[in-house]
Design a protein around this ligand. Structure first.
Ligand code: SF4
Ligand code: SF4
Length: 391
């Protein structure tokens, strides 16, 4: 994995944080793991200090160090506020890799990681069933656009995957799926497993890219922010530069919004920024511009939005590793959404959707949690929302 930085290479950033004038603790103000556990070792600053000791040889990999690093959601709130650009979430990922190299990996992540190596998904499912949600659909052998579905939509949000296909079809786009899609590798990278033999993300990236080439595609679209970050940012870090344009669905929807034929309906909605799409990839405005273009839709913001957004609690292996803390984080987000008075809480991520929907159901909130795709399809059948008429 040449090109992807190891912990040592973050020493300048760690030192910048640790110097007495800058170990400021600003990042403690909005860290979900600190708010839940209330312990310094579970703050961004505390984790940076542990990394500094690890690098200096004052501290050795141990179960408690593993807990400290793996109890982070990788939400990136700390990255957004750090005045010296220390980027704690990326340092924590590098520390996870170091721990994994020394044999410290939570057993749930180990089980899922080794499954990715064998069956190309972290959900302990069979690769042969990856596209079981799509029976009988005839898609072309070659097309200019490929929909890369990702593991979460393929195995846990199949209805959403079906709806993305339906939406792309209704928009009149010429698209297809990969014949043999593998996990993008995001789960392995986020849990420090991307360098292990048999789980090397580089190999997954090369396989997926070769499959895209076979389809003759010029663009791929993903609806999962984890896949988007992998294709757009992680693969180039690994030295693999996809020669195709990679778009998240919200970008495609914005570009093609003249094709959105939705009915006018007076509704109030709020939008949850997925961490991996927003803070990690800088995509905030595209979904908002799509929503603002829809007739009758009033978009109201939660107090914490865009780079200041509160996480849904499911990223970085946190949902699997710490289910109670994960639900607590989601609950706080749902409360914030409910206070806006919105009828719909919308997002653009299968992880966030699954997490927020499940917790909202247990709380019996009447606010509907939906992906933007579902929201558009539910209103399909009106005039084009674009200003220049039909495409
Ligand atoms: S990435 Fe999020 S959970 Fe992790 S240390 Fe930073 S603010 Fe806390
Ligand atoms: S990571 Fe940044 S915000 Fe947090 S203590 Fe260090 S310098 Fe301050």
């Amino acid at each position: 994995m040449e090109g992807r930085m190891r912990l040592e290479e973050f020493s300048t950033k760690i030192n910048a944080c640790m110097s007495s004038s800058t170990a400021c603790g600003l990042c403690r103000n909005q860290c979900p793991s600190l708010e839940f556990w209330g312990r310094e070792a579970r703050t961004p600053r505390g984790r940076m200090a542990l990394c500094a000791h690890l690098l200096r040889g004052n501290l050795f990999p141990s179960p408690s160090l593993m807990e400290a690093m793996f109890s982070c959601i990788l939400c990136g709130n700390c990255d957004a506020v750090c005045p010296v650009g220390a980027g704690p979430s990326r340092v924590i990922e590098a520390a996870r890799e170091r721990l994994v190299e020394r044999g410290f990996l939570p057993s749930k992540h180990e089980e899922r990681g080794s499954h990715v190596g064998r069956e190309h998904n972290p959900y302990l499912e069979s690769h042969a069933k990856r596209f079981s949600w799509l029976p009988g659909l005839n898609l072309p052998e070659r097309a200019p656009l490929v929909y890369f579905v990702g593991c979460t939509s393929s195995y846990r949000e199949k209805e959403l995957a079906r709806k993305v296909v339906e939406l792309l079809g209704k928009m009149g786009l010429n698209f297809t799926l990969l014949k043999d899609e593998w996990c993008c590798g995001s789960f392995l990278l986020r849990t420090g497993q991307g360098r292990i033999d048999g789980r090397k993300v580089e190999e997954m990236a090369r396989h997926n890219l070769e499959e895209v080439r076979k389809r003759g595609a010029k663009e791929i679209v993903v609806n999962c922010p984890g896949c988007y970050r992998a294709w757009k940012s992680d693969y180039p870090e690994l030295g693999i530069q996809p020669e195709v344009e990679v778009l998240h669905l919200v970008q495609l929807l914005e570009r093609e919004k003249n094709r959105l034929k939705v009915r006018e309906e007076e509704v109030r909605v709020t939008y949850h920024d997925p961490c991996h799409l927003g803070r990690h990839m800088g995509i905030y405005e595209e979904p908002r511009r799509v929503l603002s273009s829809l007739p009758g839709v009033e978009l109201v913001e939660m107090p914490r939005n865009r780079e200041n957004s509160w996480c849904c609690g499911s990223g970085g292996g946190f949902r699997a590793g710490y289910p109670e803390a994960s639900k607590w984080v989601a609950r706080k987000r749902l409360e914030e959404a409910r206070e806006t008075g919105a009828q719909f809480l919308l997002t653009a991520c299968p992880f966030c959707l699954r997490q927020l929907k499940e917790v909202a159901e247990t709380l019996r909130y009447d606010m509907k949690v939906m992906d933007l795709t579902e929201f558009l399809l539910e209103r399909w059948g009106g005039w084009s929302s674009g200003s220049s008429g039909d495409a």
